[in-house]
Design a binder for this molecule. Structure first.
Ligand SMILES: [Zn+2]
Length: 116
């Protein structure tokens, strides 16, 4: 899969400038700066993208993991609790996919990035 920003269609060179974001079942890479522009873009085709990597994404994953474990290991809310537990796994899976597909193949940080 190409590490191309879905906003400006240029290559993403390292993890430092990478933001992975999800919109329903889509997971796409963006430049950090392009993601900010995307979030300011109010046109319907821009859609609503939620950051998956970075500190916000990691916080969500921790909260969801706690909810998921709680719902599976206790009887809270019964069958509904089980459904919530399954739904809470979704952002965790997204975070893992983001890491495997987009983050791992990229170098952590490149100094003096050349514009391409
Ligand atoms: Zn970009």
């Amino acid at each position: 899969m190409s590490k191309m920003c879905r906003y400006c269609f240029k290559h993403i060179r390292d993890r430092d400038e990478l933001v992975t974001a999800s919109n329903w079942f889509r997971l796409r890479p963006f430049h950090y700066r392009c993601f900010e522009l995307l979030q300011q873009d109010t046109r319907p085709k821009a859609g609503t993208w939620n950051p998956v990597n970075g500190s916000v994404g990691t916080g969500v994953v921790i909260v969801m993991a706690v909810i998921s474990i709680w719902m599976f290991t206790t009887g809270t809310l019964g069958a509904i609790g089980d459904i919530i537990g399954v739904l809470a796994l979704y952002p965790i899976i997204l975070r893992l996919l983001s890491y495997i597909i987009f983050e791992l193949p990229l170098p952590k940080f490149i100094e003096n990035k050349k514009d391409n």
